[in-house]
Design a protein around this ligand. Structure first.
Ligand code: ACO
Length: 368
């Protein structure tokens, strides 16, 4: 008989980085409630908070400047003529490009890894549509620069603010699957590039960071508010999972979904054009919650971060096949802080498995 715990409830690390309180529906990042950070702190400020104390102070250069320089370094490693990159999905191409960066444990390696998802995602999206990648502006803010590299022109301020709020919202989140993968690899002392590649591979799956693209596919397939309930009922009766709902730990609310709902509301107020998409999304959300309450009465399943991530990234004109890369852009700093915490304060991660296979009679025989 196989156990099916998914390590539910197991404490596998001590961390000062973040606390996910599922019963209260709260997220704390290094002592700050999520609501104190989103819309109030820049991406670079939150990054500085996460990385604080995990690296030797290498210079007194402000983090935003060092990150800008790292973007320029990463861009210079981009093999623009490599046509195979265009045939991979953006997340697979991002993983391949990051694998070419030299491994290490120092701050310079860390900053390249944090810069890489922004630089490579913008370049990959452009290459896939036959456009030339645009070089970073090292003096610019990280989020401002990403949107300019992606679009070829500066984004309006309210769009920069919205994307910055998204990246801060997802900066760190306890021992989720990708962060755990990063800590396992870091615990072998393989280096930060290796840990990040492991994390990216875990993030890619549709049960983790791969959910927002399918959320939009679901909205497109549903099409109208009236079709929401029958469509969702059919999906659930086939045994499908409803993308953007449910969470292993949150039992009352996912505070990140609330933060992104508010970010979208502010973006929508600037834009107006969002309203019909949001109205459909709200109808689908209401129908899904009602259905999940009815069909899974013991589970307390609610809207998770990925539902509103999908709507926000779509509103920012980020192509849906690059959504997981955008998640990596926000989460890379968290992965690296966890990897360093594991190296500095943890041990090799080596749990045990229970053997449930056959035993040969000689293996069971007592020693003669
Ligand atoms: N739709 C339908 N049923 C669901 C859903 C869902 N979205 N989520 C959980 N369930 C059901 C399961 O089928 C299972 O039912 P059963 O006990 O009758 O077999 C039960 O609820 C399991 O519930 P949990 O223990 O709460 O779920 P678990 O921890 O195993 O999975 C997960 C969590 C993977 C996020 C799940 O809710 C899911 O697949 N959601 C859809 C994908 C998604 O939105 N992923 C993004 C998560 S956020 C992030 O990673 C950044």
């Amino acid at each position: 008989m196989h156990s099916n715990t998914g390590l539910d409830g197991v404490i596998a690390a001590d961390t000062v980085l973040s606390e996910v309180d599922g019963e209260a529906g709260r997220l704390i990042i290094r002592g700050h409630a999520l609501e104190e950070l989103v819309g109030r702190r820049s991406f670079e400020e939150v990054l500085g908070t996460l990385l604080d104390g995990f690296f030797e102070p290498e210079s007194s250069t402000p983090l935003a400047r060092s990150l800008g320089a790292a973007r320029a370094q990463v861009f210079s490693s981009l093999p623009q003529a490599d046509t195979r990159l265009r045939s991979l999905s953006p997340i697979e191409a991002l993983r391949a490009l990051i694998a070419r960066l030299g491994d290490g444990e120092d701050l310079a390696t860390a900053l390249k890894l944090i810069a890489a998802p922004a630089v490579f995602t913008a370049a990959l999206v452009r290459l896939r549509s036959g456009e030339r990648p645009i070089a970073p502006d090292p003096g610019s803010g990280h989020v401002t620069d990403f949107l300019r590299m992606l679009r070829g022109e500066p984004a309006p301020r309210h769009e920069v603010v919205a994307l910055e709020s998204y990246l801060v919202t997802i900066a760190d989140h306890g021992l989720n699957a990708s962060t755990f993968a990063a800590r396992i690899v870091a615990s072998t002392r393989a280096g930060l590039v290796s840990a990040t590649i492991a994390a990216l591979s875990a993030l890619k799956g549709p049960l983790h960071g791969g959910a927002p693209g399918p959320v939009l596919d679901m909205l497109d397939a549903i099409g109208t508010a009236e079709n929401a309930a029958p469509w969702l009922e059919r999906a659930l009766s086939r045994g499908d999972r409803l993308m953007g709902f449910g969470h292993r730990i949150y039992r009352v609310r996912d505070p990140r979904a609330d933060a992104l709902r508010e970010t979208l509301r502010v973006l929508g107020a600037e834009r107006g054009a969002l309203s019909s998409r949001l109205a459909l999304a709200e109808a689908v959300e209401a129908a899904a919650l009602e259905l999940l309450r009815r069909e899974k009465p013991g589970r307390a399943l609610s809207t998770n971060v990925e539902f509103y991530t999908a709507l926000l990234l779509e509103a920012l004109a980020i192509p849906r096949e690059a959504f997981t890369c955008a998640f990596a852009m926000g989460r890379a700093g968290g992965w690296i802080a966890h990897a360093r915490e594991q190296v500095l304060h943890g041990r090799l991660i080596r749990p045990q498995s229970r053997y449930v296979g056959p035993r040969s009679s000689s293996a069971c025989a007592p020693p003669s």
